[in-house]
Design a protein around this ligand. Structure first.
Ligand SMILES: Nc1ncnc2c1ncn2[C@@H]1O[C@H](COP(=O)(O)OP(=O)(O)O)[C@@H](O)[C@H]1O
Ligand SMILES: [Mg+2]
Length: 253
């Protein structure tokens, strides 16, 4: 995938108070800035639930589909000082716009990612805050949650390896490939959370992604029955990663 790529006529750009938003007019014709405010959905009784990551993720019932609204929040020690503020450079390099545009591209390329709906940033001098909305992958369970309940069939581990390989073959280096960002629906596998992800030429980053996922799997299954994550599971994932792609498995955009 090349780095410069026109997003297409369905992607709309709107100026909003203090910033701007992007949205996909085919998926959210009536998208408005209020959509980024959890309170807007709460007052309309459309808030379905929340998940806690670095910030809070809100699950929403829109008119025709379920949505996921995420406010960007820093992690680690800087979170105490900067919380949800990021230094302004330019619009394309804001976290929400960069993640939205990359996810849009991957979605259009046929990769198993949520359809991106909208993104917004609001500037305040040298800093900005941001939010992103994606379509909820209804019926999926995070790999981390699935492992709390039961061990997974080897076929699922193979499918996870194959899925990661498809992204890597397009040069997608996932900045946070962990067991919470892999979603499962039977043997269908999706990746989410493309914040800070980049398209890169081939390199050792591929191994880095896999090592990060392995550490995360060890962490989420720590203290659980040993059968939840075994060497055979990991080897099945690597086999899937190394196996020949199906004909439609590495579609170019
Ligand atoms: N489109 C989606 N459909 C279903 N679940 C999602 C979707 N996007 C995120 N999630 C869930 O919400 C969690 C947090 O979202 P994520 O994008 O990973 O944000 P962060 O890790 O920065 O908090 C994910 O681990 C996943 O379980
Ligand atoms: Mg995440």
């Amino acid at each position: 995938m090349s780095a410069n790529w026109p997003p297409g006529p369905l992607v709309k750009h709107l100026t909003v108070a203090g910033g701007a938003m992007l949205y996909n007019a085919a998926l959210a014709r009536n998208c408005q800035p209020e959509w980024f405010e959890p309170q807007f959905w709460r007052t309309h009784g459309r808030l379905l639930g929340t998940a806690r990551g670095r910030g809070t993720t809100h699950f929403i019932q829109a008119d025709d589909r379920e949505l996921v609204l995420r406010h960007y929040h820093r992690g680690g020690v800087v979170a105490r000082v900067l919380a949800d503020r990021y230094f302004w450079r330019d619009e394309q390099r804001t976290r929400p716009f960069a993640e939205w545009l990359l996810t849009h591209r991957l979605h259009r390329a046929g990769l198993p990612v949520p359809a991106p709906i909208a993104a917004r940033y609001v500037r305040e001098g040298k800093v900005y805050r941001g939010d992103i909305i994606t379509e909820r992958l209804v019926g999926t369970v995070p790999l981390s949650a699935a492992l709390l309940d039961t061990a997974l069939p080897l076929l699922t581990w193979i499918a996870i390896g194959r899925c990661i390989r498809r992204f890597h073959d397009l040069g997608v280096c996932h900045a946070d490939l962990n067991a919470h960002n892999v979603l499962l629906d039977g043997t269908a596998v999706y990746l989410v959370d493309f914040d800070r992800c980049r398209l890169r030429a081939d390199g050792l980053w591929r191994d880095g992604n896999l090592v990060r996922l392995r550490r995360s799997l060890e962490k989420v299954t720590y203290g659980l029955a040993a059968e939840r994550f075994t060497d055979s599971d990991w080897h099945a994932l690597l086999d899937g990663y190394q196996s020949q792609m199906p004909a439609d498995g590495s579609r170019a955009p």
